[in-house]
Ligand binder design. Sequence first.
Ligand code: ADP
Ligand code: ZN
Length: 739
Amino acid sequence: MIAAEKNNTIAIKVAIAVPLSRVFDYLPGEDPDCYRPGSRVLVPFGRGSKVGIVLGSGEPSVDISRLKPVKALLDVEPLLSPDIVSLVEWASRYYHCPIGEAFSAALPVLLRKPGVSQPKPPLSYKITQAGINLDIDSLARAPVQSQLLQFIRDSKSSVTGGECRLFDARWSAPMKQLIAKGLVETTAQAYPLEKPRPVFALNDEQQAAATAINNKLNVFYPSLLYGVTGSGKTEVYIDVARRVIASGKQVLVLLPEIGLTPQLLSRVRSALACRVEVLHSGLNDTERLLAWQAAVSGEASVVIGTRSAVFTPMPKLGFIVVDEEHDGSLKQQDGFRYHARDLAMVRARKAQIPIVLGSATPALETLHNTDRGLLELHKIENRAGVAIDPVMTLVDSRGGEIENGLSRRLLAGMEEVLARGEQVIVFINRRGYAPVLMCEECGTMADCNNCDAHMTVHVRSGRLRCHHCGAENRIPSTCSACEAQADKLIRVGSGTERIDEFLSEKFPDYKVLRIDRDSTSRKGELQRHLMMAASGEAQILVGTQMLAKGHDFPNVTLVGIVDADRGLFGADFRSVEQMGQLIVQVAGRAGRAEKRGAVMVQSRNPEHPLLDKLLAEGYGSFAKYLLEERRQTAWPPFVHIALLRAEAEPPGVARNYLDEVRRMAGSEDINPQSAVMVLGPAHAPMERLAGRYRAQLLFVCSQRKPLHQLLSWLRVALEQLPSSRKVRWSLDVDPHDML
Ligand code: ADP
Ligand code: ZN
């Protein structure tokens, strides 16, 4: 058939980033065969034009006379490889996200616009001989310079600005200084790669895991590497990666943002001596595109990235690692709500390659999948090197012996450890000075105007802040209700700021370092704080969960966990699981070197069976117990759930809307024999947030298929339902939480 004839009957199917679950038909401007799936096209849309992704061609869904022609084909060779196109299509179906929006999330920003673009590669930086010879301590007065130099020196290849940003958003001035001193030079080329550094001889457990995976490099081989923090999981990944790379293939490593540290990067680079690209939220659009292109061209042997890196096309992908697989940040919480771990699994299966999930505290669904034989289990029971497990004790914090939330026992323990020249972590998952400001006279508390929440007192900045919507105002000088004076306004409870202040007074000879979102709000500052902590500059580290992850503090020998109870009575079905993970992760910070660590968990419910299980028997027993509870109460992973959230400013609107949806979803032809349970609508645990009333409808089914059939129908129905326009709604499959 000649092109002109074919053009008359065939439409190009295009995915466009709009919130509609459908593909759009266009007339080909040239031979339809030129439009290969995964290529971008510019098409007329509404009054303007948009970039879309070609999915294929076929019979038009409307009369051909109504179709408009494609304006331009933007890629001669498809931009996205068939495996990525099929992964995104799969994810769009599974998460019930409009296909165009799913593709948009999978592409670097610069490629979502027409007219790209071979961006100029940015300069790289490499060490000079003078830089190699320099005694780093001579830069002690310039900490950022010294850390940058160390990083470049350790990296064994040139580093880019995007990577330096992992340290500090203001890296460029210190870098100029290093260049002026002749310690670093710029280069347009990658630094000649050295031989990989010699590796540790793996211990037996590490070796068993590595060998098992190395024997399965050409098949889909999913496994869980379950080992405490510091057990040497990273060395196992490196051992496998080395072989995969040696056979000419690529490795994809996914991890939570906070785990992507310069230390990890230089460790991987020096161990593998190959081109390693990073994809993290600190990159600008150009840097992101360049990293992506290096992966696509195969020049990068390793890609280490956060969530969205799961969509990076890698033509020779041979192995996937998902580190800290239990971490909630692997699930996207808005828009295209995918779980990077679960998609990585799908990707590995399609590609027939091994994938390893690593964690010291695996998610319950992962443990369940291991129980069911879907994942092979590799355990590392012992810490690598010489470190030994910390001693965990439960400290009863009821009764009078509490100062600012800290028990006598914990304070006494701190004194001892500090006197020995070691460090302490005090962990409290609540930033600010105090969570409540209350009038002693009338009992009125300062509440957020927009949310069902108290305002948190921040003394240093003199502000009251809502941690949910970000609203803030000055700390009032009188009670808003009874006008009592400032001295009657009491700050109830403790956050990091108060504990910081208290401990600074209590232990004047030691330096207290606070690590939370407020003290590290600028990008890169967290890294700097963590390094100050690791170097021993501060002896007492007070922090939130930021302290729990991704960093070694070899000299920390005592960890105090102040508010374990909050997790026990949290509002969400995952609260307890997350509390257990957090406690174990924080505890894992203690005693990583030769020194044995101790962990004190303060609780007002020391007899609680779950806490007891966790501390006495460890995460494994705790998780088993929780899984049994989930089974009995029919919660995930024993059933499949999806959550429909709705919110609107006027009270009642979101709820009425969900009532209507519930009636629709209850009809026999849509939901035969009510195979899918529809629960609710209920208001969200915090009903009012940022000025909107929120409600939710829960869909539960013991099998995936009926649930997904219902959701497919529902998604399209909701897009057409007139009342959908009065609310903001979203569908969340396998929600991470129901908050
Ligand atoms: P994880 O990834 O499980 O937290 P790491 O791989 O970071 O653990 O290892 C923890 C520490 O133990 C690191 O400092 C690492 O260099 C060291 N280590 C790992 N494996 C070995 C080994 N086989 N022999 C000696 N030291 C090791
Ligand atoms: Zn608020």
